[in-house]
Design a protein around this ligand. Sequence first.
Ligand code: SF4
Length: 434
Amino acid sequence: MQKLRQSPYLLYSNGNGEIFEDLSLYAVGRTGWDAIPVPVEDWIELPEGGSLYELPGRRGIGIDIQTGEMRLCEKGWAVAAFIPPAHTGLYIAAYETLPEAPVLPLFCYTAVSWYNDRFYVPAVRIEQDIRQECSGYDNDLIHSGVAHLVKAYPHNRLVKHLADNCCNTYHCPAARNYFMGRWECPVPSSPACNANCVGCISFQPEEESIPSTQDRLTFKPTAEEIVEFTVPHLETAPYPLISFGQGCEGEPLLMWETIRKSIIEIRKHTGKGSININTNGSKPAAVQALCEAGLNSIRVSTNSARKHIYEAYYRPNNYSFEDIVESLKVVRSYNGWASVNYFVFPGMTDSVEEYEALRKLIADTGLTMIQWRNFNIDPDWYMGKIGVHETGECIGIKQLMELIHEEFPHVKYGYFNPPMERIQGNYEKDFAHW
Ligand code: SF4
């Protein structure tokens, strides 16, 4: 991995998917609504599995190598990077949006640059776990796994959904791991949701111009269907865990009775692995019932530790920010593992106000882990939708991570739900070689 000694150059696209470097401009980054220089040491080579986007109707912003002034690149459209899982972006791509520009689809738009025949991004590897490394997927094994498991469970609608939709259509990394017989197995269960997230990846209202990245589940699986394929997975997979709450469904807590029944039945057959739920955390009483049944860990998704920012984005039906805090507390009261799926947005996540709110959330809940996830959303659209025109003072994502770690060294950092071996064992153990 080559470290830079100077600022790299801006990239632009010719609008036909071809990308070029502009050697007259140094690349910069964006935080909130502002374009700012990126410290040279924050750039890392674009990790394997990353991809590049041209941003139609947007002009890139850079620093003129002669004058040192910030100016637009008029040679083409701006370019951004989608950085692969396990890495957290420190700055958004910096550009000026033209009036007729379309809203961008639900991906993350990290700053990207060029130097010495390599692409660079301002990011950190936050997770050593290799479960979603693209080089680790074997298509032949996946195909034979799909054929074998669909044949093994001919009447199981959920296994068919995971095969046809998740694995073969959306190429979901979790579903592909399931069909390779390893690690985390996804268990979607809910066709409905009690929130209306601006950037929902499984449902976008007609009036919005962007598509959801996957379609929502259309049926309610039974506990029998869930137990049938999850028990063998927990029994046979290395570092096994199953996770309710996936991108292709609504809110799993709306199906808590079925999930509770499933957990009780699963634990009658095996004590192996971890049973996790990815959720919006809206129903603490249901979470308590699941803990009573044997739930091991929870991951509550949030764009912010601040009530007004959270509710402006989630637009909750009949629940409030206080409920998600309570759900985290409930799991900790059962000595379960409690994570936040923290949507990182430079300029919002690292504002001083958010930092103070995050400190309070950790202290109030006894939080175990922060999963620093890149926020997959058009930055202008997001800020406009939640009504943020001024972000206030910011400290930088990297410094935020360091300050929180200093004050709460027991809080683990990562990108994925840990298996029981990590929860109960040496969390820092080198998981780069499973
Ligand atoms: S909680 Fe999940 S499923 Fe519900 S609206 Fe938000 S993103 Fe969509």
